[in-house]
Design a protein around this ligand. Structure first.
Ligand code: FE
Ligand code: CA
Length: 540
């Protein structure tokens, strides 16, 4: 359904000529594609911009990537029968890929379906391109053209790579502030942006002051309401710009579905079947709005695979982890008040330490372990949703309590993973995460209770894009019981910008001046370095 244009024969052309030419080019192919392309050639006249939600690109491989858009001329349509203001069947959407930002040197034209069953989203899985270079792209449909986006292919496996810059972000509550942090990250022109979860929030804030509101005023719990939540976030100019600028790797945390859920167990009801129906709706909406590979991630009811691995030459391998879908039941899950994350001591809850419990699930655990064992990359990033380091806190009883919703709820899985890191001798393992709305820089030890246990990996946690942080004094008070925590700050919103080369990984913790100010400035709060061959946090 796509064809390569011979290089050097691409004079700038206007859109109407392009689409006419596209139809003619496709007519020579077999019947199926010809029908699609003839339909694409029909001039569809839009009364509102169908590309209101912008564009995105992701899943980079040495020969391609996924290009995303969604037709939504009425993006917040309240009518569940007409998501985004669309009706009817699938709509063919043309795309162009160019070697230059001005879109003069077109190297590929193709047609992809905006699928009615998936809210007229497009996931164009493009291959056959050159490794390790940027491309620019846009979509065309009838008399409408999208903005131009930038995307990169991964360098070829094993190819020498000098440097990569990526940003990582999490926890963007629309109601808690503006997304200026996304804009500042886009300004840094990273090769990649890693979304580590809580891309949106399903609930409506009732307990804190808000800066702006989820426009429908209701908690997302159905396919139409999740869709509209994504649409509202994607209408944000700063988020839209970041997606147009940087190739995205994505995973999720809980708020893409519901607070603190684990597999089929939720905070709000005891009926797993009921919750799985909600999860299916939420996962489908995630699929409809993310540049993920359809062959891997197209949802099957409540099941959707998003964990994936991306390799960038000889320098960097990133494992994107799903920390929610395959979890064991939360430790000491019990109504009415232990259905969500909560503190448990060993005296009050022996189950937490059960060897059989897993955060990642058996299949993903072994997939990750094998990936670490086989990696030839100098730096190996495990990108996931929640804090991995132990963060124990004294309870009124005098016992230590552990939060059951993050890795402290799954200590056996955490120890298996860290032991695996040791056994595989994987080069320079670095764990990154979000969820806790605070910056952390941590040394990871196989046994956190033994200060003589060697540091085997480094953890960097980004603060939230906008979501309100935990009380600084309360967390700071428990740090003396957690000496592996080298840095903590919850009073700032922002992101982490990372530069990787053969000698070191440099992480700049970037902090916004004011999340309530759409024009907020950004500054570097602190810079940490991880040195090649030396696990743990070092000051820059
Ligand atoms: Fe969050
Ligand atoms: Ca979370």
């Amino acid at each position: 359904m796509s064809f390569r244009v011979p290089e050097g024969k691409n004079a700038p052309i206007n859109r109407r000529r392009l689409i006419g030419g596209l139809g003619a080019g496709c007519l020579g192919l077999m019947t199926g594609p010809a029908i699609i392309c003839r339909a694409a050639a029909q001039a569809r006249r839009w009364t509102a911009d169908p590309f209101s939600l912008g564009v995105a690109a992701g899943a980079p491989r040495p020969d391609g990537f996924v290009l995303w858009t969604r037709l939504a001329p009425d993006p917040l349509s309240a009518n569940p029968a007409t998501p985004g203001g669309m009706t009817g069947g699938d709509v063919p959407v043309a795309y162009e890929i160019a070697g230059d930002e001005a879109m003069r040197d077109i190297v590929r034209r193709g047609v992809a379906e905006a699928e009615a069953a998936y809210a007229w989203s497009v996931h164009a899985d493009v291959s056959g391109l050159q490794p390790g270079r940027p491309y620019w792209y846009r979509f065309l449909c009838g008399d409408a053209a999208s903005r131009v986006g930038r995307v990169m292919t991964a360098p070829a496996a094993g190819a020498p790579v000098e440097r990569i810059r990526f940003g990582f972000v999490s926890c963007a509550n629309y109601e808690h502030g503006y997304f200026a942090a996304y804009r500042h990250l886009a300004d840094e022109n990273p090769d990649l942006v890693l979304f580590l979860g809580d891309y949106l929030y399903e609930y409506v804030e009732e307990n804190r002051p808000t800066v702006r509101r989820h426009s429908d005023g209701i908690e997302a719990a159905t396919l139409p309401t999740y869709r509209n939540r994504y649409a509202q976030y994607r209408l944000d100019a700063d988020l839209q710009r970041l997606h147009a600028q940087a190739t995205a790797l994505v995973t999720w945390d809980d708020h893409e579905v519901a607070n603190d859920y684990a597999d089929r167990w939720s905070q709000f009801n005891d009926d797993p079947d009921l919750f799985l129906r909600r999860r299916a709706a939420a996962y489908q909406a995630f699929y409809e709005h993310m540049p993920v590979r359809p062959i891997l991630s197209r949802p099957d009811g409540p099941v959707m695979r998003i964990y994936d691995r991306f390799t960038f030459g000889d320098l960097l391998e990133i494992s994107m982890i799903d920390g929610r879908q395959y979890r064991s039941r939360p430790a000491c899950y019990a109504p009415p008040d232990r259905l969500r994350g909560h503190l448990e001591s060993d005296a009050g809850c022996a189950e937490r330490r059960d060897e059989g419990r897993s955060m990642l699930g058996l299949a993903q655990e072994s997939w990750l372990g094998l990936g670490l064992a086989h990696s030839k990359a100098k730096w190996n990033v495990i990108a996931q949703d929640v804090l991995m380091a132990q963060l124990r806190q004294k309870m009124p009883s005098g016992d230590f309590g552990f939060w059951t919703d993050d890795w402290d709820g799954f200590p056996a899985n955490r120890r298996r993973l860290l032991q695996r890191i040791v056994q595989t001798r994987v080069s320079n393992p670095v764990v990154i995460g979000g969820d806790i709305h605070a910056f952390f820089a941590n040394d990871l030890r196989v046994d956190f209770d033994d200060p003589k246990s060697p540091v085997v990996a480094t953890e960097l946690v980004g603060t939230s894009i906008s979501s309100a942080g935990p009380p600084y004094d309360l967390v700071a008070a428990v740090l003396p019981d957690n000496p592996h925590v080298r840095f903590f700050e919850s009073r700032k919103r922002g992101y982490v910008s990372v530069d990787v080369d053969a000698e070191q990984m440099t992480a700049r913790l970037r902090a916004l001046s004011d999340v309530a100010d759409p024009k907020a400035s950004v500054s570097t709060l602190k810079t940490f370095v991880v040195e090649n061959g030396r696990p743990g946090v070092a000051d820059a």
